[in-house]
Design a binder for this molecule. Structure first.
Ligand SMILES: [Cu+2]
Length: 198
């Protein structure tokens, strides 16, 4: 690498470091206990979203459960539903953003399902009533899911102001969308009202 290229590379990496930021989000319940599997996402206050191609996702079926049970994708993403059990499943949803059914199958369905409207899609299996999965479709590529300590980090945000939204499938008001304003490199903390786990 000649000196000119080296300087360009240095500038490029410096620019990335200067502009990319992370927002750390803590989610607790009404008793203050950490909440895992909460989805958090960031919408720029100036409404400027990057022209990103939505990342595809995979929701497996393993031992008669959807894995993961809770997922988040950007609007327009395609999702595949591999059945890793040696029995057949029949995956369906009646949720308005995307009604679909994958008739009884083994293995990987030929076509992924495209989710082109934002909102919540709840999925089940027509054979096994206990199977349930939640897919939140959001109009942003910046999202994350809380871990066992109730913490999620939304990464690689341009330096801007954001509305951070939190959602959990056990919210007592399923349509509640608690929102906080943060700057890039900021932090947010949500206390959600949750129904007891079943
Ligand atoms: Cu099933």
């Amino acid at each position: 690498m000649n000196m000119f290229k080296f300087l360009l590379a240095l500038l490029a990496s410096g620019a990335t470091l200067a502009h990319a930021a992370n927002v750390r989000v803590q989610v607790v319940d009404q008793a203050g206990a950490p909440v895992s599997d909460a989805i958090v996402y960031a919408l720029p206050v100036n409404d400027k979203l990057p022209a990103t191609k939505p990342a595809p996702a995979v929701i497996d079926q393993i031992k008669r459960r959807f894995v993961p049970m809770v997922s988040v994708v950007q609007t327009g993403a395609s999702v595949t539903f591999p059945n890793k059990d040696n029995i057949e499943h029949d995956v369906y949803s009646f949720s308005p953003p995307r009604r679909f059914e994958l008739n009884l199958y083994h293995g990987i369905p030929a076509n992924p399902v495209v989710f082109d409207k934002p909102g919540l899609v709840v999925m089940g299996c027509n054979i096994h009533d206990a199977m349930v999965a939640y897919l939140l479709i959001v109009d942003t590529p910046w999202f994350a899911k809380t871990d066992a300590s109730g913490v999620a980090t939304i990464e690689n945000l341009p330096a801007e102001s954001y509305k951070v939204v939190a959602w959990h499938f056990r919210q007592s008001d399923p349509n509640a969308q608690p929102t906080q304003k943060v700057g890039a490199d900021g932090a947010a903390k949500f206390a959600l009202q949750l129904k007891p786990a079943e």
